[in-house]
Every structure is written in C-alpha cells, then in structure tokens.
Design a protein around this ligand. Structure first.
Ligand SMILES: C[S@@+](CC[C@H](N)C(=O)[O-])C[C@H]1O[C@@H](n2cnc3c(N)ncnc32)[C@H](O)[C@@H]1O
Length: 729
C-alpha cells in the first residue's frame, strides 16, 4: 500500500536518525515526486542525507537546486556551505554562509559552522606556512616575449635614432677604419689619466682623453665602453648609444646591453630599450634582477600610459608586479581611476536576473521587482508603474535564443566580438556550455553522468569569452588577409591584450574540474570560417588563474528600479506603492576583467575602494579614495573582508589568491600572543606576551619592542577597526 506523504516524511526522518542515509535519500526522492510544492524542503533534507553519507557533491547539487527554487532559504545556504567546505571549496563555503547570514543574521548554526570553517582554514594555513616563500616572483611570472607589432615599432625607433640622433644602423662602420700608428705606452698613460679623472668625477677631462684615444684606435672596444660610461655619467644618452652601437652585437657584454637599455629608456625609445634589456637578462642567465625589473618597468609604462593619460594615476612595476601609483594628490572621496571591462560574465548564482550579456545593463521589469505584489496592487498604482517604470526591452540572439541584450547595438557588438564563434545554432559544440551555465554549473559529463562540471567561483563564461574574443579576432584577420589558415602573427595579435593579466595558482584547475576541459574543447573545435582553437590543459589552467587572480565583481549601478524611483518623486500616486517597495532590487552580479583595476594590489589597510560606475551609459568600475592620497603613494584596494583578524586574512588571501599578504597592516599586527610581533622571539612555554593595550592585535616581549614597533608602523595600523562579528580570535 502506498504510503501517505506525511508518513513517508516521518519514516525518512527516522532513517536519518538511525543513520540509514541511503534509505532516507530514496524516501526524499519519492517525496520530491509526490509533493513538488515542498521541493525546497525535500532537496535540503535529501542533501543533508548525502552530506552525512559523505557524498558532498550530491549534497551541493541538492543545496543549489533548493537555492534556485527559493533564494531566501537559509537551510539551502547552510547545506551549500557545509557541502562546499567538505569539498575543500572554502571560499565558496564562506560565501554561502554569508548569504545565509544576510537572510537570518541570528542563525546559530551558521555562526558555529563559521567557527569550524575558521579552524579548518587556519589548520590549512599552518600546513602552507612552511611554503611561505614559495615560487611567486613577479618578474619571472611576467614574460619578456616580443609583442606582436613590435617589429614595426622597432623599425620606427631605429629611424628616430638615425634622423634625430644621427646614429646609423651600421654597427661596425667606424671600426673598419684601420688603426693609426700606435704608441702603446702613451695610450696606457692616457687611459690611466682618464681613469683618475673619471673616479674624481672630472668627467669633461676624462671624456677628452678617451675621445683622443678613440681617434688613435677606433676599433678598441675597451675605449668605446669606457667613453660610453663617461657619457652615461654625464647623462648624454644619445652619445652612450652611439658608442655602444658601434660595438658588434656578439661582443657586447651583458653590462653593455643593460646600460644601453637604460639610455634608451631615458630617450624613451621603449621597444629598443626592451630589446637591449632582454639581451642583458638573457646573457646573465636570468640572474640580473635589475635588468629584468627595468624591462618590466618599460613594458608596463608603454602598455599602460595610454590607459592612464587622463587619470590621476600611473602604472609601474614593483617587486609585487604591476602596481598603481598616484600621479598627483587625490583628496578623499575623489575618483582615483575608472576602468572599462574587457570581458564580463554574469555570476551563475544570479543568472536568473535579467541583464545584458554584453554590457551588464540591468533589465529588471516591474514583474521581477514586485513579483506577486504587482497583481495585488490597485489600478492607480499599476498605472503609476506603467507610466514610470522605464520600458525594458530584452533582445535575444535570434539564432540561438540563449543570450539576451539591452539593445541592438549590444547584440551586434556581442555577435562581432564573441558570440558568432559560440552561437550554438552555428556551433553545436557550444550547446553543452550554455546548458551547463543555465544549470548553474551542472551537466552531463562525457561519460554520461550528471555532475558539477564547472566548480569555479566565477562563471565559465569568462574563460569562454576570452577564447571567443581571440577566435573572433583571428577570424577577422584571416578574412582581411584573404587566407584560409591563421598565421602565428594572427594568434599573437589576438592574444596580446590578455597578456596584461597575471596568472598564478598552485592547484591546476584541470585537477579540480576535469570535466570542464572537454566541454571547452568541444565548444572551440569549430569556431567558424575554418578556424579551430585548441584549448589545451595549459591554456585552461592559465586562463583559469588569470581570471581567479584578476576578476572584480560589479553590477549595474543605475537600474530601471533607480529610474523608477527617480521618476515617481513628484507623482503623488507614488505614496501608494511605497509599502510594496523592498530595500534593494534583485541585482545581477557580474565579474569583469578590467585592465587597470587588475594592476591594483591588495592591502588590508586599503586607501581606495572599488565601486560600480556608469561610464558613458555602460556599467563599469571606478576606484574612490578612502582618505587623502599623496602624489607617489601606491593605490591599494582590498580583495577580502579586512575586518577579520590577521591570521584569517592571511589564510583567506592565500586560499583565494595564492599570495601571502605583505601589506603594512600585516607587517605591524601580530600572529599570536606566543610570539613577539616585533622581534619574533617565542614566549616561554605556557606563557603569552602582553598585547598592545589599544588594539590587542600585536604582542610584545617588552617595552623596547613595543616602542620600536609603534615607531616603525604599528601606530598607523593600531587605529584600524576590527569586527568581532563572526570570527573570534
Ligand atoms: C590583481 S593582481 C594585482 C596586480 C599584480 N601585481 C600584477 O602584476 O598583475 C593580483 C596579484 O598581485 C599580487 N599581490 C597583490 N596584492 C599583494 C600583497 N598585498 N602582497 C603580495 N602580493 C600581492 C598577487 O600575486 C596577486 O595574485
């Protein structure tokens, strides 16, 4: 006899209590069919069964299904948080718990789970701390490879050398002149005298002697090098180059390439400078850090100067890679910089909220905002909404119906830039991709199993758009050049803009989500126009970490809801809808790769913060000064919640971004009471050092250390407020 649903529910609960998890799971599956109206409850209950059984993937799947049906389900948030944590996805887990807390700030289960999560994170960090000085090196991570188009720029710069500075492209021209009759003794005396003048900084006299020696023996490389050095100290850059230029390339030592490179920097001939500094780095076997660093400084300046021309900041290269600096004083509250995203994608968790796939403009309608309340309103209120809610038109791709845009302009732009490559109507290989996005990361794997194919904390569309942008560009270049096969140059040119984004990660993405690669490979096997883009494992891992290290979340700052609110200000009928308004409209969250923003480093004492911004009618991002910023100061944003204590901040930054924070605040806050924050002396067993009386975040073995630390920097960080909200120390 078939059991009633109530009886089934009771039996399932008994199974759970008796740890017969498989039985409970099948009962909840039955309940899902019988009472679909309570699916959220059954998904959560079944998910808990899976979790107890040790099947965290299935548990997460159920949690996500429940969340999809009811965004306000705290149970679903807890289930997803627990399952993610069990799977080792700590960042995602924290996000789920935070979401749950937003809905119910007092839920004890969450605060307790968060404490457990904190413990796991800290234990994990202790294991990682042994690898503290791991392989991260900004200089080595940034390549010195030639940029496409640099060959033409090099020719132009050589022309400038020739025309402006009269330096000819004939390295050996003066060396071919036969030497005059030589007097070795006289030459020796002259060199000696020149050297003495040089060391006494009497450069004019040293120069005169070396010039005389060069007329006596123009082929003498030592004389040339010495004179170039004198010119260098006199800041006569074209002359430095002239002397080095006549030395045959094969005989130029690493030091010559480096000093020549520096002179080219002074003349701002950046491609020549890069060429010389690259040679210096290569000849030193990569050991000359100064040359390698200078190379990156030149590269960064030439690539980013055009982006910062009208902004009060500039990009430079430091030991932590690219970094943004103030070009002038920036008062608190002022815009530090604005940035237009190069690639955007809507987050999987907000994918049901309508927004333009191309520019992120919000497309929320009154039906979405007011939900059921719309039908319960009076006629007058409905008319008010009709009159004042901006007309939102959703324009879908007419071929596949899978992408939605805010205008025909966006539709056409998306088509040109990326969608023509992955539109499933023309590229059936991309069908699965869109299905997996629609299903929140889940789908059928190559062997026919239902699984979480995508496990990243951003949408896979970010990677897909990077590849599709590149493929679409290559296709355009092939069409323009009238060729059937892409050239190496085509690929290099199309990939060049993405070289701006650093990629660093320890665990290969492939290892974490092996089913994603075949999906991407299928989507790019046929990009149209006879083009195929081979997504290798390295390509996948590299792009994944580019996204993971650089993405910024943002959303449309002026939505139809905001326009509506503004429009009803003077309409008396507006009072009637007030009670139907909720705090915030549903927000379509996006992630973006923004070239300038991606150069900003993190600090737990950040002086700027990222905000959404409307740039010429399109959503973008801006950074605002949190306090007065002085000219020359580095601009820091924050990647995490800085109200956490140091150990947790450190652990989260390593977990999410793979670096150990070196910011001022981390330097001048301590790790534990059993170690002096200043001199790192360990406290005797079972003893703790006294904490800083003000902030209680630094511990000292004595007054001398406390004083020194205060003077060095603790004073600056001591005032930073901390939150004890969830994480206690
Ligand atoms: C968005 S990028 C910032 C720009 C980066 N420096 C570059 O060269 O592209 C993030 C990366 O910069 C480095 N980074 C940022 N803030 C840091 C900090 N406070 N301490 C150490 N490394 C940091 C880390 O390698 C991180 O993954």
């Amino acid at each position: 006899m078939a059991k009633t649903s109530e009886a089934l529910d009771v039996l399932a609960a008994e199974d759970m209590k008796a740890e017969r998890f498989s039985d409970a799971i099948s009962k909840y599956t039955e309940l899902l069919e019988k009472v679909p109206g309570e699916s959220v409850r059954w998904f959560c209950a079944r998910g808990n069964g899976h979790l107890k059984k040790g099947s965290a993937t299935e548990a997460l799947e159920d949690g996500k299904k429940a969340k999809r049906l009811d965004e306000t389900s705290v149970e679903a948030c807890i289930l997803c948080g627990r399952a993610s944590s069990q799977l080792g996805f700590f960042v995602e887990s924290l996000d789920y718990y935070k979401e749950g807390l937003k809905i119910d700030p007092k839920r004890k289960a969450i605060t307790e789970d968060l404490k457990k999560l904190q413990k796991i994170i800290l234990q994990d960090q202790e294991k990682q701390t042994t690898k503290e000085d791991s392989s991260y090196s900004a200089v080595t991570l940034c390549s010195q490879s030639i940029y496409p188009g640099d060959d033409q720029l090099l020719t132009m710069e050589k022309e400038i050398l020739e025309v402006k500075y009269k330096i000819l492209d004939d390295p050996a021209y003066s060396l071919q002149t036969p030497p005059k009759k030589r007097d070795a003794q006289l030459e020796g005396q002259l060199v000696q005298a020149a050297y003495e003048f040089f060391t006494a900084e009497r450069l004019e006299e040293a120069l005169e002697l070396m010039s005389k020696l060069i007329t006596l023996d123009p082929r003498n490389l030592f004389y040339r090098t010495f004179r170039a050095q004198i010119y260098f100290n006199m800041s006569q850059w074209p002359k430095v180059i002239q002397d080095y230029w006549v030395i045959p390339k094969a005989q130029r030592k690493a030091e010559i390439w480096k000093q020549g490179g520096k002179a080219f920097v002074e003349l701002w001939l950046p491609v020549l400078a890069e060429f010389w500094l690259r040679k210096a780095t290569q000849l030193s076997g990569g050991k000359d850090e100064e040359a390698a660093m200078l190379f990156q400084k030149v590269r960064v300046r030439r690539l980013y100067e055009p982006l910062t021309e009208d902004q009060p900041v500039q990009v430079d290269f430091t030991q932590f890679g690219r970094a943004v600096f103030a070009k002038e004083d920036i008062p608190a509250g002022e815009t530090v910089m604005m940035d237009i995203p190069m690639v955007i994608a809507q987050s999987l968790s907000t994918r049901h909220i309508p927004a333009c796939a191309n520019c992120a403009t919000s497309l929320i309608s009154p039906e979405i905002y007011f939900e059921k309340k719309l039908n319960l309103m009076g006629k007058e209120q409905q008319e008010l909404i009709e009159d004042h809610w901006p007309k939102v038109s959703e324009i879908w791709c007419e071929h596949c119906g899978k992408e939605r845009y805010c205008s025909n302009i966006c539709k056409n732009e998306a088509w040109e830039v990326y969608h023509r490559v992955i539109c499933p109507r023309f590229n059936p290989g991309a069908d699965t991709l869109y299905a997996v996005i629609e299903q929140g990361g889940f789908g059928y794997t190559a062997d026919g199993k239902w699984d979480e194919v995508w496990k990243g904390h951003f949408s896979p569309m970010i990677l897909v758009k990077i590849w599709a942008n590149i493929a679409s560009q290559v296709r355009t270049m092939m069409e323009n050049d009238g060729v059937k096969e892409p050239t190496v140059e085509h690929w290099a040119r199309a990939k060049a803009p993405y070289r701006r984004f650093i990629a660093f990660g320890t665990m290969p993405a492939m290892q974490r989500m092996p089913h994603a690669l075949p999906m991407f490979q299928a989507a790019f096997a046929d990009c149209g126009g006879g083009l195929s883009y081979k997504i290798t494992e390295d390509e996948f891992n590299g792009r994944y970490y580019q996204a993971a290290c650089n993405l910024q979340s943002f959303s449309c700052s002026i939505t139809p809801y905001h326009h509506f609110m503004n429009n009803i200000k003077d309409d008396l009928r507006g009072i009637g809808v007030l009670k139907h308004l909720s705090d915030r409209p549903p927000e379509a969250q996006f992630a973006a790769l923004c070239p300038l923003h991606a150069c900003s480093n993190h600090s737990c004492l950040n002086n700027a913060e990222v905000c959404d911004l409307d740039i010429n009618g399109r959503p973008g991002v801006q950074m605002i000064a949190r306090r007065d910023i002085k000219k020359g100061e580095e601009i820091f944003i924050t990647y995490i919640d800085t109200s956490m204590p140091k150990t947790l901040r450190k652990a989260w930054l390593f977990k999410s971004f793979n670096f150990w924070c070196q910011c001022k605040r981390c330097q001048f806050e301590g790790d534990t009471p059993s170690e002096c924050t200043h001199c790192l002396k360990k406290a005797p067993e079972d003893k703790k050092f006294a904490a800083c009386g003000k902030c209680k975040r630094a511990w000292y073995c004595g007054a001398a250390c406390q004083k020194a630390s205060w003077k060095n920097g603790h004073k600056i960080v001591c005032q930073t407020p901390h939150s004890q909200a969830v994480f206690d120390t």
